[in-house]
Design a protein around this ligand. Structure first.
Ligand code: SF4
Length: 162
């Protein structure tokens, strides 16, 4: 049986792409999904050209129109990120991903609580607006067995309808 194509924040696969040139390899996630899926790795900050290492950043502004800004020098990378995302999301559509696992709490990848205890990262938000029905989760929520089971069901259904 063909594996399901699943997008994932690159740092969770152990790629050294974080702002400090480190990674966040998630062994649990890999052992839970490796047999089922073919990973499609995406690091929005590195791929849009912000470099490795790079200055740490955060989200600021209103929830629906938040901005991605560096912590010390206050450079706004929102437009750069969104311009790159436009092209990358089209590629991901062509690759037929059936879901995406995001790194929690990142200003680019986080799904929940990134700004004002609610906000979503810039790339995660762009992806959800582009793929309205794509199943998405983060690695923290997937520790929960019921969330994980539901996500696997959802990506299987999405994949069979591609
Ligand atoms: S959280 Fe997202 S942007 Fe940050 S290092 Fe991981 S993949 Fe890259």
């Amino acid at each position: 049986m063909d594996k399901i194509k699943l997008g994932i924040s690159s740092c969770l696969l152990g790629e050294s792409v974080r702002y400090d040139a480190g990674h966040k390899l998630d062994h649990f996630l890999k052992s839970a999904f490796d047999k089922l899926v073919e990973w499609v790795s995406v690091c929005p900050e590195a791929e849009c050209g912000l470099g490795i290492p790079r200055e740490a950043m955060h989200l600021t502004g209103a929830l629906e129109s938040s901005r991605l800004v560096t912590n010390l020098t206050n450079i706004d990378y929102t437009d750069k990120m969104l311009k790159w995302a436009e092209k990358r999301l089209k590629e991901l559509k062509k690759e037929k991903i059936s879901g995406f696992i995001f790194k929690a709490n990142s200003p680019s990848c986080g799904l929940y609580n990134v700004l004002h205890e609610k906000g979503t990262g810039i790339f995660a938000m762009a992806l959800m607006r582009y793929f309205r029905a794509l199943p998405v989760e983060d690695e923290e929520r997937l520790r929960d067995e019921s969330v994980r089971k539901k996500f696997i069901e959802d990506i299987s259904i999405y994949s069979s309808n591609q």
